[in-house]
Design a binder for this molecule. Structure first.
Ligand code: GN1
Ligand code: MG
Length: 364
C-alpha cells in the first residue's frame, strides 16, 4: 500500500486547485483501491488506483468514462438539474491527461466527491429498491442517444459464451488443484450451460438489442441523495460499454433482492425477496416501460437468473484459478461467495413464475 505522502504527491498532479490535507481508504470495492481526499479548499475528491490486471486498457476505459460523464452532464443540464451532483466529474491532470501511471505501472485517477450523498451495501426497504430502479432507468434513458462507440474495457464481460471458454480453460488448467473437490459446484454450472447459452444467442443474433449499459449495477455503485433519498448518480463507470440493458436490471436484482449478504456464510439467510423484486421492477419500469423492446420485456425476469448464474460461475472460476481476480478476505472466500450466490439463484428459480407475473403487472 502506498503511504499518504506518496498519495498526496499523486493527487497534486491533478487539477484540484488546492492541497490535499487528508487521504483515507474508502469502501469495499473488489477490484480497485479507492481513497477519499480532503483538501484545503473543502472540496473532497475520490482517488482511485485502477486495477490494471482486470482492466487491460485503462486509457481506453478513462476515455469511455469521460465521454459518458460529459454526455450525462449535458442531459442533467437540459433537465435543469445540477451537473456537479447528478453526474460524476472526472478531474484531469494538470497537463490534461486523464490518469497518472506510476513507476510500478499502476494507474491513478481522480473524480469529484459528491457532498450530501450516501451509499448502501444492502437495500433494506422496498422504497430504496424503488429509487434504485428509477435511478438505473433514468441512467439508461439519459444514455439512449449516446452513439459514440465505447471501448470494450473487459472482453466478453457478460458474454456467457466467452465465460464458458474461460471456464473450460480454468477447469483444464486446475491452477490451484481445487477441481477434484468441487464436483457438486461444477455440476451447478454445467447443468445450466445450455439455457444460458440459448439466452445469450438472442443477444448475439440481435433479437435482444444492444445499448450503452453500466454492467455493474449493485447497490453500492449508486449514490443516493441523503436528503431526498433519490438516486443522485451512478458511479463506478469502469464497465460502462455496449451490451444488453438486461444486464443492468439483472445485476441490480441480484443485489437489491438478496435477503442475506453476497458472501453470506449462513445460507439460511439467503433468498430472493419478492417484495424487493416488485419494488425495484416498478421503479425501473416507471422510466423504461415505453422504451424496451418486446424481447427485452420478455427476458427481464430471466436476466436476474442469468447474471446471478454468471456471478456463481465467476466466483467459482476465481476459486479454481487460485483467487487471482477478486480481492478475498479469507482463503475460502470465493467458495463461500459461490455457494451464497448459488442459493440466491435457486431462490430465483423457485420464484420465477411470480417474478414473471410481477414484470407483466408493472408493464400493464
Ligand atoms: C465487482 O468493482 P466492484 O466491486 O463494483 C465486479 C462485478 C461483480 C461484483 C460482485 C469489474 O464489482 O462484476 O459483479 O464485484 N466488477 C468487475 O460484487 O469485475
Ligand atoms: Mg464498484
Amino acid at each position: 500500500m502506498n503511504g499518504e505522502k506518496e498519495l498526496s504527491d499523486i493527487v497534486s498532479m491533478f487539477a484540484i486547485g488546492s492541497k490535499a490535507t487528508e487521504i483515507r481508504p474508502l469502501g469495499p470495492g473488489f477490484i480497485n483501491d479507492t481513497f477519499i481526499v480532503n483538501t484545503e479548499s473543502g472540496t473532497k475528491y475520490i482517488l482511485q488506483r485502477k486495477n490494471h490486471n482486470v482492466f487491460p486498457d485503462i486509457p481506453g476505459m478513462m476515455q469511455n468514462i469521460l465521454m459518458v460523464t460529459e454526455h450525462l452532464k449535458r442531459k442533467v443540464e437540459e433537465a435543469g438539474g445540477d451537473p456537479m451532483r447528478e453526474a460524476m466529474t472526472v478531474v484531469k491532470r494538470n497537463d490534461g491527461e486523464l490518469y497518472y501511471k506510476d513507476g510500478k505501472g499502476n494507474y491513478w485517477t481522480v473524480t469529484v466527491f459528491i457532498e450530501g450523498s450516501i451509499t448502501y451495501e444492502k437495500a433494506d426497504t422496498p422504497e430504496l429498491a424503488f429509487k434504485g430502479g428509477e435511478g438505473i432507468g433514468k441512467f439508461q434513458t439519459q444514455l439512449a442517444d449516446f452513439t459514440t462507440p465505447l471501448n470494450e474495457t473487459i472482453k466478453g464481460f457478460h458474454n456467457i459464451r466467452w465465460r464458458f471458454t474461460q471456464w473450460d480453460e480454468a477447469l483444464r488448467r486446475n491452477a490451484a488443484g481445487r477441481v477434484g473437490g468441487l464436483g457438486e459446484e461444477i455440476g451447478w454450472i454445467e447443468s445450466r450451460r445450455k439455457e444460458m447459452l440459448d439466452f445469450w444467442s438472442l443477444v448475439e443474433n440481435g433479437t435482444i438489442p444492444t445499448r450503452v449499459t453500466h454492467n455493474d449495477t449493485k447497490i453500492s455503485n449508486i449514490l443516493f441523495d441523503k436528503e431526498t433519498g433519490n438516486v443522485l448518480c451512478v458511479i463506478d463507470l469502469d464497465t460502462c460499454m455496449s451490451s444488453t440493458s438486461l444486464n443492468d436490471f439483472g445485476d441490480a436484482i441480484r443485489s437489491y433482492t438478496n435477503t442475506g449478504q453476497e458472501d453470506d456464510p449462513d445460507l439460511s439467510k439467503v433468498s430472493m425477496s419478492m417484495d424487493m423484486f416488485r419494488a425495484y421492477t416498478r421503479g425501473y419500469l416507471s422510466q423504461r416501460k415505453g422504451s424496451l423492446s418486446e424481447a427485452e420485456q420478455k427476458y427481464l425476469a430471466f436476466s436476474a437468473r442469468y447474471i446471478t448464474y454468471e456471478q456463481v460461475l465467476r466466483f467459482l472460476m476465481d476459486y479454481i484459478d487460485g483467487d487471482t481476480y477478486y480481492k478475498i478476505a479469507y482463503p475460502e472466500h470465493n467458495l463461500v461467495r459461490t455457494r451464497a450466490q448459488y442459493r440466491l439463484l435457486q431462490s430465483m428459480e423457485a420464484q420465477y413464475g411470480e417474478m414473471e407475473s410481477a414484470v407483466r403487472e408493472c408493464l400493464r
